[in-house]
Design a protein around this ligand. Structure first.
Ligand code: 4AD
Ligand code: MG
Length: 436
């Protein structure tokens, strides 16, 4: 019977067939120990020379790492084995005999591994990371779907900027018209939220970021919920429930992978509501205290955006995400609503993950005033024609509304406890990398 490695424990004592690839091979005299992987797990086989045909023994002997093969054998329980079982191989069919697989158990540099990303994906750690990504995505959808949100996809070709003009990828759109790859589906979400109440979009987004940091990709996946009749506070409550749900789901379903990644799971267990909410001014105070104590290198100037070291310092004060709100309007996007009492602040929030993972969520309350929005569009040097439809949303039934965006890769890197977000997407796109 054909089965998968993940299901072997259900077949102890039975003869099964596994289709996969050779992960590793050890042999000693009259025994061979091929390790097989099939995408669902890894299992060790035992081949006894005296109990298989000489042809089969000779066919298996020279196989290199990642040769493809179909193995039949009896499942034997073995407490010492990683998955609790081993396979006593009775038959094996070689599909393709591979040699000199470039990625070996020895250490390779990151550039070499990224050049060989198409093969690197087969490694244990990469496999674990992408399994966690899968679970993060599933959790995101399950949470929003069961919380009354409707999925409304937003376009990838857009006529104008959403998050600043400096990070736009321009594309030729049949000669006359300029188009840009979307930076965020938010503006369209605001339209669909007025039609459906609670919506989300979830897709690839693009930023021509010239930054070469461990947190930036040029193409990343963003999930963006948007709610009509909702305020900044509502958005913070949603973000809190959302992140806690994701962390719990990862803990519930990815124990094996977290073990492979040597993740300290107590860090994920700490992600439960409520999250601390810190006004920007108080964040600045904390940064100043940090500076006086020598824990922050440069004295932070009120009015600036938080840099990666500032975010890391602030989040180091908590064991769960911290929500910094009321940023100075000058450092935030054109669509943000202003604090009615203090016009210099925007009703925006950044959720900073612990352990130095930085901003995982950015969002807030959107302006409802047509007049103010027109001013902002002009002040940001944006073309008004491209925003006429967006202004319509303030002309016809404008209501308080709010939402946020979360980058799937940043969230996954944090769940996995890994250094760089480039390993959280199958094929990363970065400043200096468009291949493979
Ligand atoms: O803070 P950002 O730029 O916010 C927006 O785009 C809003 N329009 C979202 C909204 O309110 N609907 O991006 C949101 C999130 C960030 O917090 C981060 O997780 C991720 O998107 N992100 C990136 N991830 C990887 N690489 C990049 N270059 C990223 N830029 C943003
Ligand atoms: Mg942001």
């Amino acid at each position: 019977m054909q089965t998968y490695i993940k299901d072997l424990l259900k077949h102890v004592g039975e003869e099964v067939t596994l289709k996969g690839w050779l992960y590793n091979m050890r042999s000693s005299g009259k025994l061979m120990f091929p390790q097989l992987r099939d995408g669902t797990g890894i299992v060790q086989g035992v081949v006894v020379k005296s109990s298989v045909s000489p042809e089969m023994w000779d066919a298996l002997k020279p196989l290199g790492q990642e040769s493809s093969l179909v193995v039949t054998g009896r499942v034997r329980e073995d407490e010492r084995a990683p998955g609790g079982v081993e396979i006593d191989v009775t038959n094996a069919e070689v599909i393709q005999s591979a040699h000199d697989f470039p990625i070996t158990p020895k250490e390779h540099g990151p550039e070499f591994l990224l050049d060989n990303r198409h093969l690197w994906l087969r490694s244990k750690k990469q496999h674990a990371i992408l399994k966690v990504r899968h679970t993060v995505v599933k959790a995101v959808r399950d949470f929003l779907d069961s919380d009354g949100f409707t999925l409304c996809d937003t376009p990838i070709f857009t006529p104008a900027a959403c998050e600043g003009t400096t990070t736009l990828f321009e594309v030729d759109y049949f000669g006359d018209e300029k188009a840009y790859l979307t930076q965020s589906g938010q503006l369209y979400n605001e339209a669909t939220a007025a039609a459906f109440g609670k919506v989300y979009c979830f897709g690839p987004t693009f930023r021509a970021e010239k930054s070469k940091t461990r947190r930036h990709l040029t193409e990343f996946w963003m999930v963006e919920p948007e709610m009509a009749y909702a305020t900044l506070d509502d958005v913070m409550s949603l973000a809190e429930r959302f992140l806690s749900f994701i962390a719990r789901r990862v803990l519930e379903t990815r124990q094996e992978e977290l073990k492979t990644l040597e993740r300290d799971t107590s860090k994920l267990e700490a992600i439960v509501p409520p999250f601390p909410r810190v006004h920007y001014d108080d964040a600045v105070k904390m940064l100043h205290e940090g500076f006086e104590q020598g824990a922050v290198e440069n004295k932070f100037e009120w009015g600036g955006d938080l840099g990666a070291p500032d975010e890391s310092y602030l989040s180091s004060k908590y064991d769960k995400p911290v929500m910094v709100h009321h940023y100075p309007a000058a450092v935030k996007a054109f669509y943000m609503k202003r604090d009615p009492e203090h016009d210099e602040y925007a009703l925006g929030v950044d959720v900073l993950a612990p352990e130095g993972y930085g901003e995982v969520i950015g969002g807030g309350e959107r302006t409802t005033s047509e007049e103010f929005l027109e001013q902002q569009i002009a002040a940001h040097g944006l073309p008004k024609e491209a925003f006429e439809w967006y202004l319509d949303l303030r002309r016809y039934g404008s209501v308080p509304h709010s939402g946020f965006g979360m980058g799937i890769e940043r969230c996954t890197a944090w769940m996995c406890g890994i250094e760089h977000i480039r390993e959280t997407i199958p094929f990363p796109r970065m400043l200096y990398r468009l291949k493979p």
